[in-house]
Write a protein that binds this ligand. Structure first.
Ligand code: GLV
Ligand code: MN
Ligand code: MN
Length: 366
């Protein structure tokens, strides 16, 4: 029986061993490492009296009981060189609460893709449950040319109509709760987010023989644009904008870059500000919006009034689930505010508070 914080954290450690790469944690959508993590978690679901199944996109869903039910959970995929709590902590807290409340009908999800690292589109997992999986996404390919279509089954499934709510525990991934000296906080809203891809086309040439004034260097153009992205975000209150990925082609030290493909991630609590920024940043370049989601309000009514309230700058599966049911989120303090980094951490005592808070939330709902 795993119902206490220490055991949840031990499971986080165990899960962190399921990785695509030796020596660091990387577990992207559609990989054997994710399947291995799913198998491990499915076993823990069974121990908690849940019946696990895997759906068409690779979400792990463990349910019990009939009829309308509350969905708990988070995601099992990670970023590259990740910490071990972003996602897994929420899945494992949900299973621990399911174990504590063995008589309640509920369902726990371990979503297959919240990060969107592999195909540039976040929430592939929860989108399926919410009826928001866009069939056009199937034509996407990853950096190695593997089509998304080859990794999923039949996505023609109706949105879930049986969910009375979705509740997720997640690390805060920021400094607010630490500054307040509080172990957990309730999320009021999740910022909107746009992800895009921008291509810079120059002309590949010999690095030794091509004079500087006769070059068309795609990376130089991309670099100037990256600085523009940074400057616009700095000049716009509340806006965050990131170029986290650059693919330089052909990618050799002695060849002038002929083509660069860059990612763009733009977020703001107000949709109009984000949309305007994206328009500005894509105005003079060859860009394609891969995904845009508006800000989402969370239902904080099931949590005690004396817990602090805060907004989330990070994206969560709750964004997708909000299309089919009220969504609620509980953040756990992130020491140092560190996340998307192997130093990501949580305190056992804070996780204990999160477990008790989620238990009370579920008890009051079903
Ligand atoms: C997920 O962690 C995101 O906010 O990108
Ligand atoms: Mn996450
Ligand atoms: Mn993340």
């Amino acid at each position: 029986m795993v119902t206490d914080a220490r055991s949840v954290l031990q499971r986080c450690d165990e899960l962190a061993r399921c990785s695509e790469e030796a020596g660091r944690l990387t577990r992207r959508f559609g990989t054997p490492a994710l399947a291995q993590a799913r198998d491990l978690v499915a076993g823990w679901m069974r121990e908690a009296g849940l019946h696990p199944r895997v759906d068409a996109v690779g979400n792990l869903l463990g349910a019990r009981g009939d009829g309308p039910r509350l969905l708990l959970g988070s995601h099992l995929d990670t970023v590259i060189d990740a910490g071990r709590y972003d996602g897994p902590l929420g899945v494992l807290c949900a299973i621990a609460v399911a174990e504590r409340l063995r008589d309640r009908p509920l369902e726990v999800a371990g979503f297959a893709d919240e990060e969107g690292v592999r195909f540039g589109t976040a929430y592939l997992g929860s989108a399926l449950l919410a009826g928001r999986f866009d069939p056009a996404w199937l034509d996407r390919t990853d950096a190695d040319g593997v089509p998304l279509r080859s990794l999923v089954g039949d996505i023609a499934v109706p949105p879930r109509a049986d969910l009375i709510g979705y509740a997720e525990v997640h690390i805060e991934q920021g400094p607010v709760l630490e500054a307040l000296d509080r172990p957990v906080g309730v999320v009021t809203a999740i910022a909107g987010q746009t992800r895009a891809r921008v291509t810079f086309t120059g002309r590949a040439a010999h690095a030794g023989t091509t004079p500087m004034d006769l070059r068309s260097d795609a990376l130089v153009a991309a670099a100037a644009w990256v600085l523009e992205v940074h400057a616009l975000a700095r000049a716009t209150p509340g806006l965050v904008a990131t170029v986290g990925e650059l693919r330089v082609e052909p990618g050799a030290g002695n060849v002038v870059p002929g083509r660069v493909v860059a990612s763009l991630d733009v977020r703001h609590a107000e949709d109009a500000v984000r949309e305007h920024a994206v328009e500005q940043l894509l105005a003079a370049v060859e860009g394609e919006v891969l995904q845009a989601n508006g800000a989402v309000a969370c239902d904080d009514s099931g949590f005690p009034a004396d817990l602090p309230r805060l907004a989330s700058g990070a994206g969560h599966d709750a964004v997708m689930l909000s299309a089919v049911c009220p969504v609620s989120m509980l953040f756990v303090r992130s020491p140092g505010g560190i996340s998307h980094h192997p130093d990501e951490a949580v305190r056992e005592a804070d996780v204990a508070v999160a477990l008790d808070t989620l238990t009370a939330f579920v008890e009051a709902r079903c």
